[in-house]
Design a protein around this ligand. Structure first.
Ligand SMILES: [Zn+2]
Length: 456
C-alpha cells in the first residue's frame, strides 16, 4: 500500500439521511471503515413489498441501479461474482461497528469475510442470535472475521489506534469511537442518547472525547430537526406509564409492540407485566435473543429459563425451526397459544408485532383492550403499514397508546455535547437536517458523498 500524506474521511452513507452509516477513514497505511449500514429507504424508488433486489445475484441489481458504491477490495467474491465488477483482494485494515442496528450493520452481508470486523462482545452475541432467527436469507450477515472488545480496549491497525468508548443507545453494547490518527483524534458518536437507564455511559464517551481534544467530531443528529416527533420520554417513563395504563385495564388483554433489538424495552415490558401481575408473552425471536444474551454477563436480561412469569408465544406454525423447537422444549409449560390466552385475557401482556397482527383473530381481545405502540411514531402521514395497523386496531376495537423513549439525543443535547467536546470541526451524519447544525455548532463541515473530506 502507498503512504498517504493526508488523513481523510469518505462518507459512503449517512449523509443527509438517518442511517446507512458507512464512513471510510484513511490515515497513512490504515484504511478503516466506521460502520457498514444499509439506509432504511435503500432502493425504495424501485422496490416495494415483495418486489426486491434479486439476492441470488449478489450486488448485481444494486450496482445496476446505482444503489451501492463500487468500492474495490471491500466486497466478497460471492457478492461480486454475478456483477460486472471484478473481485479484488481485501484492501481495508478493518471495520468498526458501533452497534447492532440494521442501519449500521446490514451491508456486512456483502463484505469480504476475511476483513476483520471489530465490535463489542455483547454486540457480537446479539448478531449471532439475529442471524440464527432470521426468517429470510436477506437478513443474515453471514460469517465474518469478528474480533470483539469491551469498553476502553483499544485496537491498533496499520499504525492507527481505535479506542471504543461505550454509549447508551436503544441497543445494548453500543459504542462510540476515538480514532487516534497522525493528524489528531477523530471522534465518532455512533448513535447515542442521554435519557436511558445507562446514561452514564454516554457521559463517559463525551468526557473521553473531550479529553482527547479531537480535530473532528462525526456526530449523529437524528433528532436535529425543525420538529421532533420522537418525543422526550425516558425509558423509566415508558415503564411508569405502562404500569398505570395496564392498572386500569384489568379485564382486558394487554398487547404491546416494540423494536426487536431493544433489550431495555424488552426488560421494561417484562417488568411492567410483573408489576401488574400479568405474564409476559414474548415472540420466539425475543425469547431467543434473551436466552443468547444470558451468556453475556455484562448485559442485564431476565433469565427466561427460570422466570415463572415469562412465557413463549406458540403461533402453531406448520414447520418449527430447530432453534424455536429448542426454546419450546426449554420453557415447557410456559409455552402458550392464542386460544389459551383468549380464555384468560386478563392474565397476559402479549408482544404482538406488525407481521403477527392476524393472531388477533385467535387472541380475540375484549373490546377496549390496550395496544401499546412502543416505537417511533410513523414519520410520514401516508405510512401504509401504519394505516394497516390502524385498520386491525379498529376492527378489534383496541385502544392505541403511544409510549416510546427515543434512542437519540435531542437537538439541544447534541448542541450541549458538541460544546462539551469542543472539536475543531463538526461533521453531521445520520440526520435529515445537516444544515441545522450551523445553528447549534461552530465550524460545521458538511460531508460530501462524492468526494473525501481532508482533515487539516
Ligand atoms: Zn442508526
Amino acid at each position: 500500500m502507498t503512504r498517504r500524506a493526508v488523513t481523510k474521511l469518505t462518507f459512503y452513507g449517512g449523509v443527509a439521511e438517518i442511517g446507512g452509516n458507512k464512513i471510510l477513514l484513511e490515515d497513512r497505511d490504515a484504511r478503516i471503515f466506521l460502520d457498514m449500514g444499509a439506509p432504511f429507504d435503500l432502493g425504495e424508488d424501485y422496490f416495494v413489498e415483495f418486489l426486491g433486489p434479486r439476492d441470488r445475484f449478489g450486488l448485481r441489481d444494486y450496482f445496476a441501479l446505482d444503489l451501492m458504491p463500487r468500492i474495490p477490495g471491500l466486497y466478497s467474491a460471492e457478492a461480486l461474482l454475478p456483477t460486472d465488477m471484478a473481485y479484488e483482494p481485501p484492501a481495508f485494515s478493518g471495520i468498526f461497528i458501533t452497534h447492532v442496528h440494521y442501519d449500521h450493520t446490514q451491508h456486512l452481508r456483502y463484505v469480504d469475510p476475511t476483513i476483520p470486523v471489530h465490535l463489542g462482545e455483547g454486540a457480537r452475541t446479539i448478531l449471532e442470535s439475529l442471524d440464527t432467527t432470521a426468517r429470510t436469507p436477506m437478513m443474515r450477515l453471514g460469517s465474518h472475521a469478528y474480533a470483539t472488545f469491551r469498553s476502553g480496549q483499544s485496537t491498533t491497525l496499520d499504525g492507527v489506534e481505535i479506542e471504543p468508548v461505550h454509549v447508551d443507545h436503544s441497543a445494548p453494547a453500543a459504542y462510540g469511537y476515538l480514532v487516534h490518527t497522525s493528524a489528531g483524534t477523530v471522534a465518532y458518536t455512533g448513535d447515542l442518547r442521554h435519557h436511558g437507564p445507562m446514561k452514564r455511559l454516554t457521559e463517559d464517551f463525551i468526557e473521553a472525547a473531550r479529553a482527547a481534544k479531537p480535530i473532528a467530531l462525526i456526530t449523529e443528529g437524528t433528532r436535529v430537526a425543525p420538529d421532533d416527533p420522537r418525543g422526550s420520554l425516558a425509558e423509566a417513563d415508558v415503564k411508569e406509564n405502562a404500569i398505570r395504563l395496564l392498572g386500569s385495564a384489568k379485564d382486558k388483554l394487554a398487547l404491546v409492540t416494540f423494536p426487536g433489538r431493544d433489550v431495555d424495552r424488552i426488560r421494561t415490558f417484562f417488568e411492567t407485566a410483573q408489576a401488574v401481575g400479568r405474564k409476559f408473552v414474548a415472540n420466539a425471536k425475543t425469547a431467543h435473543l434473551l436466552m443468547t444474551l444470558k451468556k453475556d454477563t455484562h448485559i442485564q436480561v431476565p433469565d427466561i429459563a427460570k422466570e415463572s412469569d415469562f412465557f413463549l408465544y406458540d403461533r402453531q406454525m406448520r414447520k418449527v425451526d430447530p432453534w424455536e423447537r429448542e426454546l419450546q422444549d426449554k420453557l415447557g409449560d410456559r409455552v402458550v397459544t392464542a386460544e389459551e390466552m383468549a380464555k384468560r385475557p386478563s392474565e397476559f401482556l402479549v408482544q404482538l408485532d406488525f407481521w403477527h397482527l392476524p393472531e388477533l383473530v385467535d387472541l380475540r381481545p375484549p373490546a377496549g383492550s390496550p395496544f401499546i405502540h412502543s416505537k417511533s411514531e410513523p414519520f410520514e402521514e401516508d405510512d401504509v403499514n401504519d394505516a394497516v395497523l390502524q385498520h386491525w386496531l379498529d376492527r378489534f376495537h383496541l385502544r392505541r397508546h403511544q409510549l416510546h423513549a427515543s434512542g437519540h439525543l435531542s437537538e439541544r443535547e447534541v448542541g450541549e455535547m458538541i460544546r462539551a467536546i469542543d472539536p475543531k470541526i463538526v461533521l453531521p451524519v445520520h440526520t435529515e437536517h445537516p444544515e441545522r447544525f450551523t445553528q447549534i455548532a461552530r465550524h460545521v463541515v458538511q460531508p460530501d458523498r462524492t468526494r473525501p473530506t481532508e482533515l487539516p
